[in-house]
Design a protein around this ligand. Structure first.
Ligand SMILES: C[S@@+](CC[C@H](N)C(=O)[O-])C[C@H]1O[C@@H](n2cnc3c(N)ncnc32)[C@H](O)[C@@H]1O
Length: 364
């Protein structure tokens, strides 16, 4: 794998992702050609991308539209020039519409930038079938909000956080207090730079992504023809329930509302550790229904400190009376002290607990 190839994994930040090296190391060491790989909590598609780099076919499932869009981009077989001409064509052939109003939008984006974004948005909501459009959509999601640069802008917005979207009222106050106006950004230039960075020299990908609830067996019934050998995954941490609201701006670009969306449709419910474990149990059972008899599941699992529940307890509970047998659980270090899944929790003021890696095999 060359350095340029692995850049695609960073096309858009997504908090609580695991590092690419985690699925890559496991699959490189143990998987054989043409074995199917799956992640039922796909997130930004790190497992999918590791599979791509090794020439393995993969399936990702996630209930968050942002996660699905990012995983689809990890599977796009396309070159930078096709993405750039797709963006050019959309801007040439569409007229403005659906421009959101209000202080957040007028201070967050230069009017010409917002106009271009809204045209891209409408067109990509209407049709996002081709790999070029899927890649373009993720390129835009990755540039939608982030810090302002002193030289060439890399993001479309006024000063913002990069990984999660700012809350509108907080952002407006911040911009007003600091007298910050939204910069004019050459949208096509940003798209070109990013498309070249992420899509030059990628190996061919094979696989697909499903937007769905992994607790729902019907999602897996659609995959009856496939036998999965490797499941490499990381469920949400118990207590970490803000995947959708924290991504509201990217979610807006995908067709969601133009304000924070607090609905948590089809996300795991964090009511109690026991109910959380029961929901994980149903996901494990669903994955078993499409796994080959010699399948392996590897789980990186952690928790957030303010919940004060031992993540290992939840994990063990979730495997009780399951089709899978937990073989090993080993500490993977603290999420706060390295490139771990929850590294971004530090800025969310919810310190992460130690993470663990668990291996499971199917009961014979
Ligand atoms: C810890 S993140 C996965 C990160 C991923 N390993 C990566 O590297 O990007 C957990 C993911 O589970 C998803 N999720 C939560 N509840 C779900 C459900 N019921 N069905 C499918 N996905 C769900 C969230 O949307 C989130 O993307």
């Amino acid at each position: 794998m060359s350095i340029t190839q692995s850049t695609l994994n960073g096309i858009c930040p997504y908090f609580t992702m695991f590092p690419l090296e985690f699925p890559l190391r496991i699959l490189k060491q143990y998987a054989s050609k043409s074995e199917w790989v799956m992640d039922p909590f796909s997130g930004r598609g790190t497992t999918t991308y590791a599979a791509r780099l090794l020439g393995l076919p993969s399936i990702g499932v996630d209930s968050s539209p942002v996660a699905v869009a990012l995983t689809e981009a990890k599977l796009a077989n396309v070159t930078p020039s096709v993405i750039i001409s797709c963006a050019n064509r959309i801007l040439r052939e569409t007229s403005s519409s659906d421009i959101p109003s209000g202080e957040f939008w007028s201070l967050g984006y230069h009017p010409l930038v917002l106009d271009s974004l809204c045209r891209m948005r409408r067109e990509l909501i209407r049709n996002c079938q081709s790999d070029a459009r899927k890649a373009l959509r993720a390129v835009i999601l990755g540039a939608l909000h982030g810090p302002m640069a002193k030289t060439k802008p890399a993001y479309f917005s006024n000063q913002c956080t990069r990984t999660y979207a700012p809350k509108p009222r907080y952002a407006v106050r911040f911009w007003q207090e600091h007298h910050m106006n939204p910069p004019f950004v050459d949208v096509l230039h940003v798209i070109r730079t990013r498309a070249e960075r992420y899509y030059s020299d990628q190996p061919r990908a094979r696989g697909f992504v499903i937007e769905g609830d992994s607790r729902d067996i019907r999602v897996f019934q659609r995959l009856e023809q496939i036998r999965v050998k490797w499941i490499v995954t990381s469920p949400p941490y118990y207590g970490m329930r803000t995947y959708i609201p924290d991504q509201w701006l990217r979610n807006w670009f995908l067709g969601g509302p133009s304000d924070v969306d607090y609905s948590n449709n089809n996300q795991l419910d964090h009511g109690s550790p026991e109910s959380f474990a029961r929901q994980l149990h149903s996901v494990w059972e669903n994955t078993a229904s499409i796994s080959s008899p010699d399948a392996r599941m590897v789980i990186r699992f952690g928790g957030i400190a303010d919940r004060n529940i031992d993540p290992v307890y939840i994990l063990k509970q979730s495997f009780k009376d399951s089709s899978w047998i937990l073989r090993t659980i080993k500490p993977a270090g603290s999420a706060d002290c390295g490139r771990r899944q929850a590294i971004h929790f530090a800025i969310r003021q919810a310190a992460a607990q130690n993470e663990h890696d668990a291996w499971a095999v199917l009961r014979s």
